[in-house]
Write a protein that binds this ligand. Structure first.
Ligand code: ATP
Ligand code: MG
Length: 360
């Protein structure tokens, strides 16, 4: 069986550090192992419209921003097809057929969707399209026969829903669809990086992000605003590391080499944490250090982004080319699905012969 990756992001804004550590960094690593036969990376505009249907301009504007972020992070269009979801008609059709296999109560139980409904104030009246998006995600994943889906934690219920649809489809119509595996990172924090406010996951919709395209000064300001330990008032006070966003980020990003470069008075993060907990280390010190660490991560991404943005027609061509390839692949799967469901009437002479045998 072929090894195929499908992942994507909603073009509801530029990509942020959560996307980078939760998914994109690993996509690039997987891409560069050359262990995969096909890689599809989807800009999920149709899905983004399910809760932004009244703001199509926002989605349209962000398609190119997300594409720039991908390329800036090292997604290589020679190895990975970057495509726009709405250009692939077969996905909508697959969604329609998969809807038969899922109950309303099953959709309402999805913990990620439940949480998102609350965040968007949809409790009283949920748009059907929004509630249905896990089914459309099953269409996305299965259309490309994906075996591996690198995602953050919040997407695990979607993967489970997809797997249920695959099993149910194959049970009823015969072995047709491929069951995917979620691929979440080993580092638990990176699977759900909190926002700079420390309250929830970093999310475009919550305005608590550090964006990959943020300039140096913006990053510095955001780091300086970060939530730490409200009881750590004087430098000499003992500080708390748990729930302190600066330490959460250092856990993900800081290496021993960073300590040698920017904070040589401490050996490593264990050492810094111990001193912070004892008292004697100020928030400005840890924030300045984190700022240096993040600047080193984001500078090359920002520079590469600028290069691509100065050659925007190339980015357009990459999207057009990727979308065409995605259409071909998804149509192949749709044909298999329709054959399995016996709704492939004009595919060869089978249906013609059946009705002739019955009536002639
Ligand atoms: P929105 O608020 O519009 O839903 P988002 O910031 O949640 O945007 P998505 O496009 O929904 O971003 O998510 C794209 C991918 O990034 C998914 O695989 C998701 O799991 C991952 N991801 C999103 N936010 C984080 C985060 N804070 N930490 C780790 N992974 C994340
Ligand atoms: Mg999301």
């Amino acid at each position: 069986m072929k090894k195929i990756i499908l992942t994507g992001d909603r073009p509801t804004g530029r990509l942020h550090l959560g996307h980078y550590v939760g998914s994109i960094k690993r996509r690039v690593e997987l891409q560069n192992t050359d262990a995969f036969d096909e890689i599809y990376i989807m800009i999920a505009d149709s899905q983004a419209l399910t809760d932004n249907f009244d703001n199509p301009q926002k989605i349209r504007d962000n398609v190119i921003e997300v594409a720039l972020d991908y390329l800036a992070c090292g997604i290589d269009p020679k190895k990975a097809n970057i495509f726009i979801q709405s250009t692939v008609d077969a996905l909508t059709e697959l969604t329609f057929y998969y809807m038969n296999l899922v109950t309303l109560s099953r959709l309402q139980r999805n913990p990620t969707v439940k949480n998102e409904i609350k965040m968007r104030g949809f409790e009283k009246s949920i748009p059907v399209g929004f509630l249905n998006y896990p089914i459309s995600q099953a269409a996305d994943i299965t259309a490309f026969e994906a075996t591996c889906v690198p995602v953050g934690d919040d997407q695990l219920p979607m993967l489970e829903q997809t797997r249920e649809i695959v099993r149910s489809f194959n049970n009823i119509y015969g072995e047709t669809l491929v069951e995917p595996e979620a691929y979440v990172g080993e580092n638990e924090i990176s699977r759900r990086l909190p926002g700079i406010d420390g309250k929830a996951k970093m999310s475009k919709s919550l305005g608590n992000c550090i964006y990959l395209a943020d300039d140096e000064e913006t990053i510095r300001k955001k780091v300086m605003q970060m939530y730490t330990d409200p009881n750590h008032i004087n430098i000499s006070d003992p500080g708390r590391v748990e729930g302190n966003v600066v330490f959460t980020y250092l856990d993900v990003f800081a290496t021993d080499a960073d300590f040698a470069k920017y904070l040589p008075e401490f050996k490593n993060l264990v050492d810094l944490k111990a001193h912070y907990e004892q008292g004697g280390v100020g928030d400005v010190t840890i924030k300045k250090f984190l700022n240096n660490v993040l600047q080193d991560v984001l500078r090359p991404i920002r520079e590469k982004r600028k290069e691509y943005s100065q050659n925007i027609e190339l980015v357009y061509d990459i999207l057009e080319e990727g979308s065409k390839k995605a259409q071909v692949k998804a149509n192949e799967t749709l044909a298999k699905v329709k054959e399995a469901m016996q709704i492939d009437y004009f595919n060869g002479d089978k249906f013609k012969n059946e009705i002739k045998a019955k009536y002639e």
